[in-house]
Design a protein around this ligand. Structure first.
Ligand code: SAM
Length: 293
Protein backbone atom coordinates (compact mmCIF):
# COMPACT_ATOMS: atom_id res chain seq x y z
CA UNK A 1 0.00 0.00 0.00
CA UNK A 2 1.19 3.55 -0.79
CA UNK A 3 2.40 5.02 2.50
CA UNK A 4 4.43 8.14 1.80
CA UNK A 5 1.90 10.76 0.80
CA UNK A 6 1.74 12.54 4.14
CA UNK A 7 4.18 14.78 6.05
CA UNK A 8 4.73 12.34 8.96
CA UNK A 9 5.87 9.39 6.85
CA UNK A 10 7.93 11.59 4.52
CA UNK A 11 9.77 13.14 7.49
CA UNK A 12 10.40 9.68 8.93
CA UNK A 13 12.09 8.52 5.70
CA UNK A 14 14.08 11.75 5.33
CA UNK A 15 15.35 11.43 8.92
CA UNK A 16 16.15 7.74 8.64
CA UNK A 17 18.48 8.49 5.70
CA UNK A 18 19.54 11.96 6.89
CA UNK A 19 18.56 13.23 3.49
CA UNK A 20 19.48 16.81 2.56
CA UNK A 21 17.36 18.50 -0.12
CA UNK A 22 19.30 19.68 -3.13
CA UNK A 23 17.94 22.93 -4.49
CA UNK A 24 19.82 22.50 -7.78
CA UNK A 25 17.69 19.39 -8.54
CA UNK A 26 14.36 21.17 -7.91
CA UNK A 27 13.49 18.86 -5.01
CA UNK A 28 10.02 19.63 -3.64
CA UNK A 29 8.38 16.41 -2.51
CA UNK A 30 4.61 15.96 -2.52
CA UNK A 31 2.99 15.46 0.89
CA UNK A 32 -0.70 15.54 0.03
CA UNK A 33 -2.61 12.31 -0.64
CA UNK A 34 -5.56 14.10 -2.25
CA UNK A 35 -3.31 15.67 -4.90
CA UNK A 36 -1.53 12.36 -5.47
CA UNK A 37 -4.86 10.62 -6.03
CA UNK A 38 -5.96 13.38 -8.42
CA UNK A 39 -2.77 13.02 -10.46
CA UNK A 40 -3.19 9.26 -10.79
CA UNK A 41 -6.88 9.60 -11.72
CA UNK A 42 -6.14 12.35 -14.29
CA UNK A 43 -3.32 10.32 -15.85
CA UNK A 44 -5.76 7.48 -16.61
CA UNK A 45 -3.00 4.96 -15.83
CA UNK A 46 -4.41 1.42 -15.80
CA UNK A 47 -3.20 -2.13 -15.40
CA UNK A 48 -2.09 -2.43 -19.04
CA UNK A 49 0.04 0.70 -19.01
CA UNK A 50 3.77 1.24 -19.00
CA UNK A 51 4.59 4.48 -17.18
CA UNK A 52 7.70 6.61 -17.22
CA UNK A 53 8.10 8.67 -14.06
CA UNK A 54 10.59 11.53 -14.14
CA UNK A 55 12.18 12.34 -10.78
CA UNK A 56 10.64 9.92 -8.25
CA UNK A 57 12.25 11.63 -5.22
CA UNK A 58 11.72 9.29 -2.26
CA UNK A 59 9.13 7.30 -4.25
CA UNK A 60 5.91 8.93 -3.04
CA UNK A 61 4.11 9.02 -6.38
CA UNK A 62 5.99 5.94 -7.59
CA UNK A 63 4.15 3.83 -5.01
CA UNK A 64 0.79 5.00 -6.38
CA UNK A 65 1.95 4.38 -9.96
CA UNK A 66 3.18 0.86 -9.13
CA UNK A 67 -0.26 0.04 -7.77
CA UNK A 68 -2.07 1.40 -10.83
CA UNK A 69 0.21 0.43 -13.73
CA UNK A 70 1.55 -2.74 -15.31
CA UNK A 71 5.13 -1.50 -15.17
CA UNK A 72 6.96 1.65 -14.09
CA UNK A 73 10.40 3.02 -14.91
CA UNK A 74 11.45 5.90 -12.66
CA UNK A 75 14.44 8.04 -13.68
CA UNK A 76 16.17 9.84 -10.80
CA UNK A 77 19.36 11.91 -11.11
CA UNK A 78 20.24 12.19 -7.40
CA UNK A 79 22.48 9.28 -6.23
CA UNK A 80 21.47 9.93 -2.62
CA UNK A 81 17.88 8.97 -3.39
CA UNK A 82 18.70 5.55 -4.84
CA UNK A 83 19.09 3.64 -1.52
CA UNK A 84 15.95 5.36 -0.24
CA UNK A 85 13.96 4.27 -3.31
CA UNK A 86 15.21 0.71 -2.86
CA UNK A 87 13.69 0.78 0.60
CA UNK A 88 10.40 2.61 -0.14
CA UNK A 89 9.69 0.56 -3.29
CA UNK A 90 10.80 -2.85 -1.99
CA UNK A 91 7.20 -4.17 -1.93
CA UNK A 92 6.76 -3.67 -5.70
CA UNK A 93 8.13 -5.99 -8.37
CA UNK A 94 6.94 -3.93 -11.34
CA UNK A 95 9.31 -0.97 -10.98
CA UNK A 96 12.81 -0.22 -12.19
CA UNK A 97 14.75 2.83 -10.98
CA UNK A 98 17.34 4.31 -13.33
CA UNK A 99 19.92 6.58 -11.73
CA UNK A 100 20.27 8.94 -14.70
CA UNK A 101 19.66 12.42 -16.00
CA UNK A 102 16.32 12.28 -17.87
CA UNK A 103 17.68 14.61 -20.55
CA UNK A 104 20.24 11.95 -21.46
CA UNK A 105 17.94 8.92 -21.48
CA UNK A 106 16.98 7.41 -24.84
CA UNK A 107 13.23 7.33 -24.18
CA UNK A 108 12.43 5.97 -27.63
CA UNK A 109 14.58 2.93 -26.85
CA UNK A 110 12.95 2.57 -23.44
CA UNK A 111 9.45 2.65 -25.00
CA UNK A 112 10.57 0.05 -27.52
CA UNK A 113 12.06 -2.29 -24.92
CA UNK A 114 9.41 -1.92 -22.24
CA UNK A 115 6.26 -1.34 -24.26
CA UNK A 116 6.95 -2.81 -27.70
CA UNK A 117 7.01 0.74 -29.16
CA UNK A 118 3.37 1.36 -28.19
CA UNK A 119 2.45 4.78 -26.74
CA UNK A 120 3.57 5.24 -23.14
CA UNK A 121 2.22 7.42 -20.35
CA UNK A 122 4.50 9.90 -18.63
CA UNK A 123 3.62 11.02 -15.11
CA UNK A 124 5.77 13.32 -13.00
CA UNK A 125 6.10 16.03 -10.42
CA UNK A 126 8.73 17.72 -12.56
CA UNK A 127 11.91 19.44 -11.46
CA UNK A 128 10.85 22.97 -12.51
CA UNK A 129 14.30 24.09 -13.72
CA UNK A 130 14.07 21.77 -16.76
CA UNK A 131 10.33 21.64 -17.45
CA UNK A 132 10.54 23.01 -21.01
CA UNK A 133 13.48 20.87 -22.25
CA UNK A 134 11.81 17.75 -20.83
CA UNK A 135 8.47 18.41 -22.53
CA UNK A 136 9.98 19.55 -25.81
CA UNK A 137 12.40 16.61 -25.78
CA UNK A 138 9.50 14.17 -25.40
CA UNK A 139 7.55 15.73 -28.28
CA UNK A 140 10.35 16.61 -30.69
CA UNK A 141 12.11 13.26 -30.48
CA UNK A 142 8.79 11.67 -31.49
CA UNK A 143 8.68 9.30 -28.53
CA UNK A 144 5.43 7.28 -28.77
CA UNK A 145 3.38 9.11 -26.14
CA UNK A 146 -0.22 8.62 -25.10
CA UNK A 147 -0.31 11.36 -22.47
CA UNK A 148 1.92 13.39 -20.17
CA UNK A 149 0.44 14.25 -16.77
CA UNK A 150 2.75 16.56 -14.89
CA UNK A 151 3.06 18.97 -12.01
CA UNK A 152 4.60 22.20 -13.24
CA UNK A 153 4.88 25.80 -12.12
CA UNK A 154 1.39 27.36 -12.37
CA UNK A 155 2.63 30.08 -14.71
CA UNK A 156 4.07 27.46 -17.09
CA UNK A 157 0.81 25.48 -17.06
CA UNK A 158 -1.02 28.69 -18.04
CA UNK A 159 1.48 29.33 -20.83
CA UNK A 160 0.85 25.88 -22.30
CA UNK A 161 -2.91 26.45 -22.45
CA UNK A 162 -3.39 29.99 -23.74
CA UNK A 163 -4.01 31.37 -27.23
CA UNK A 164 -3.05 34.63 -29.00
CA UNK A 165 -3.66 38.00 -27.39
CA UNK A 166 -2.44 37.13 -23.89
CA UNK A 167 0.91 37.90 -22.30
CA UNK A 168 1.56 34.23 -21.53
CA UNK A 169 1.20 33.18 -25.19
CA UNK A 170 4.50 32.12 -26.73
CA UNK A 171 6.61 29.41 -28.36
CA UNK A 172 5.79 26.89 -25.59
CA UNK A 173 2.00 27.40 -26.04
CA UNK A 174 2.28 26.76 -29.78
CA UNK A 175 4.59 23.76 -29.50
CA UNK A 176 2.45 22.07 -26.84
CA UNK A 177 -0.78 22.75 -28.74
CA UNK A 178 0.72 21.46 -32.00
CA UNK A 179 1.50 18.11 -30.39
CA UNK A 180 -1.17 17.74 -27.71
CA UNK A 181 -4.38 18.88 -26.07
CA UNK A 182 -3.47 20.63 -22.76
CA UNK A 183 -5.89 20.58 -19.81
CA UNK A 184 -5.16 21.96 -16.36
CA UNK A 185 -6.36 19.37 -13.83
CA UNK A 186 -5.86 21.14 -10.51
CA UNK A 187 -3.99 24.08 -9.01
CA UNK A 188 -1.67 23.12 -6.17
CA UNK A 189 -0.55 25.50 -3.41
CA UNK A 190 3.03 25.49 -1.98
CA UNK A 191 1.75 23.89 1.27
CA UNK A 192 1.35 20.54 -0.55
CA UNK A 193 5.15 20.16 -0.86
CA UNK A 194 8.16 19.69 1.37
CA UNK A 195 10.05 22.00 1.27
CA UNK A 196 7.51 24.53 0.01
CA UNK A 197 8.33 26.06 -3.41
CA UNK A 198 8.19 29.85 -3.76
CA UNK A 199 5.69 29.60 -6.63
CA UNK A 200 2.24 28.11 -7.13
CA UNK A 201 1.97 24.85 -9.08
CA UNK A 202 -0.57 23.09 -11.26
CA UNK A 203 -1.13 19.62 -12.63
CA UNK A 204 -1.60 19.64 -16.40
CA UNK A 205 -2.46 16.75 -18.70
CA UNK A 206 -1.18 16.82 -22.28
CA UNK A 207 -3.04 14.30 -24.42
CA UNK A 208 -1.09 13.64 -27.59
CA UNK A 209 -2.99 14.36 -30.84
CA UNK A 210 -3.28 11.36 -33.18
CA UNK A 211 -2.38 13.80 -35.92
CA UNK A 212 -1.35 17.50 -35.60
CA UNK A 213 -4.34 19.87 -35.84
CA UNK A 214 -2.73 21.85 -38.70
CA UNK A 215 -1.07 20.87 -42.00
CA UNK A 216 2.60 21.80 -42.05
CA UNK A 217 4.98 20.81 -44.84
CA UNK A 218 8.16 21.51 -42.86
CA UNK A 219 7.73 21.22 -39.07
CA UNK A 220 11.28 22.38 -38.40
CA UNK A 221 10.75 25.53 -40.45
CA UNK A 222 7.48 26.31 -38.63
CA UNK A 223 9.19 26.07 -35.24
CA UNK A 224 12.08 28.26 -36.47
CA UNK A 225 9.53 30.87 -37.52
CA UNK A 226 7.72 30.62 -34.18
CA UNK A 227 10.99 31.01 -32.25
CA UNK A 228 12.08 33.94 -34.40
CA UNK A 229 8.70 35.66 -33.85
CA UNK A 230 8.80 35.37 -30.07
CA UNK A 231 12.55 35.99 -29.62
CA UNK A 232 11.86 39.57 -30.54
CA UNK A 233 8.39 39.90 -29.15
CA UNK A 234 8.23 43.68 -29.29
CA UNK A 235 9.20 43.82 -32.96
CA UNK A 236 6.82 43.38 -35.86
CA UNK A 237 6.71 39.89 -37.34
CA UNK A 238 8.35 41.24 -40.53
CA UNK A 239 11.33 42.62 -38.57
CA UNK A 240 11.60 39.53 -36.35
CA UNK A 241 11.70 37.20 -39.34
CA UNK A 242 14.00 39.24 -41.57
CA UNK A 243 16.54 39.44 -38.71
CA UNK A 244 16.60 35.66 -38.46
CA UNK A 245 19.45 34.34 -40.66
CA UNK A 246 18.30 30.69 -40.80
CA UNK A 247 15.24 31.74 -42.83
CA UNK A 248 17.44 33.17 -45.62
CA UNK A 249 14.83 35.70 -46.70
CA UNK A 250 15.20 39.44 -47.17
CA UNK A 251 12.77 41.94 -45.71
CA UNK A 252 10.79 42.32 -48.95
CA UNK A 253 10.31 38.56 -49.30
CA UNK A 254 9.23 38.28 -45.65
CA UNK A 255 6.77 41.16 -46.12
CA UNK A 256 5.32 39.51 -49.25
CA UNK A 257 4.86 36.20 -47.40
CA UNK A 258 3.11 37.90 -44.47
CA UNK A 259 0.83 39.81 -46.84
CA UNK A 260 0.03 36.57 -48.69
CA UNK A 261 -1.23 35.23 -45.37
CA UNK A 262 -3.87 37.98 -45.49
CA UNK A 263 -2.68 39.96 -42.45
CA UNK A 264 -1.02 43.39 -42.30
CA UNK A 265 2.80 43.41 -42.59
CA UNK A 266 2.90 45.40 -39.33
CA UNK A 267 1.36 42.54 -37.31
CA UNK A 268 3.25 41.08 -34.34
CA UNK A 269 3.93 37.36 -34.05
CA UNK A 270 2.02 37.15 -30.78
CA UNK A 271 -1.23 37.86 -32.67
CA UNK A 272 -0.99 34.78 -34.92
CA UNK A 273 -2.80 31.51 -34.21
CA UNK A 274 -1.18 28.09 -34.66
CA UNK A 275 -3.16 27.73 -37.90
CA UNK A 276 -1.70 31.02 -39.19
CA UNK A 277 1.87 30.04 -38.23
CA UNK A 278 1.34 26.78 -40.12
CA UNK A 279 0.06 28.64 -43.22
CA UNK A 280 2.88 31.19 -43.01
CA UNK A 281 5.49 28.44 -42.84
CA UNK A 282 3.96 26.78 -45.92
CA UNK A 283 4.03 30.13 -47.78
CA UNK A 284 7.68 30.71 -46.74
CA UNK A 285 8.51 27.16 -47.77
CA UNK A 286 7.14 27.87 -51.29
CA UNK A 287 8.90 31.23 -51.44
CA UNK A 288 12.27 29.66 -50.59
CA UNK A 289 11.77 26.94 -53.20
CA UNK A 290 10.85 29.55 -55.82
CA UNK A 291 13.89 31.72 -55.02
CA UNK A 292 16.18 28.66 -55.17
CA UNK A 293 14.72 27.34 -58.40
N1 SAM B 1 8.24 12.72 -7.47
C1 SAM B 1 8.69 13.21 -6.19
C2 SAM B 1 7.52 13.77 -5.43
O1 SAM B 1 6.52 14.11 -6.09
O2 SAM B 1 7.57 13.90 -4.22
C3 SAM B 1 9.81 14.25 -6.33
C4 SAM B 1 9.52 15.43 -7.24
S1 SAM B 1 10.73 16.70 -7.19
C5 SAM B 1 9.78 18.09 -7.68
C6 SAM B 1 11.72 16.46 -8.65
C7 SAM B 1 12.60 15.22 -8.67
O3 SAM B 1 13.32 15.19 -9.92
C8 SAM B 1 13.67 15.18 -7.59
O4 SAM B 1 13.69 13.91 -7.00
C9 SAM B 1 14.98 15.46 -8.32
O5 SAM B 1 16.12 14.89 -7.71
C10 SAM B 1 14.68 14.83 -9.68
N2 SAM B 1 15.47 15.38 -10.80
C11 SAM B 1 15.96 16.63 -10.95
N3 SAM B 1 16.61 16.77 -12.11
C12 SAM B 1 16.53 15.56 -12.74
C13 SAM B 1 17.02 15.08 -14.00
N4 SAM B 1 17.71 15.85 -14.83
N5 SAM B 1 16.78 13.78 -14.31
C14 SAM B 1 16.06 12.98 -13.45
N6 SAM B 1 15.59 13.40 -12.27
C15 SAM B 1 15.80 14.67 -11.91
Amino acid sequence: MATLGNPKNTIEVLQKYQFNFQKKFGQNFLIDTRILEEIIAASGVGSNDFVLEIGPGIGTMTQYLCEAAREVVAVEIDNNLIPILKDTLHAYDNVEVLNEDILKVDINKLAQEKNGGRPIKVVANLPYYITTPIIMGLFESHVPIDSITIMVQKEVADRMQVGPGTKDYGALSLAVQYYAKPEIVVNVPPSCFMPQPKVGSAVIRLTRHDKPPVDVRDEKLMFQIIRASFNQRRKTLANGLSNFPQLQLDKQQVTDCITALGVPATIRGEALTLEQFAQLSNIICDCRMASKG
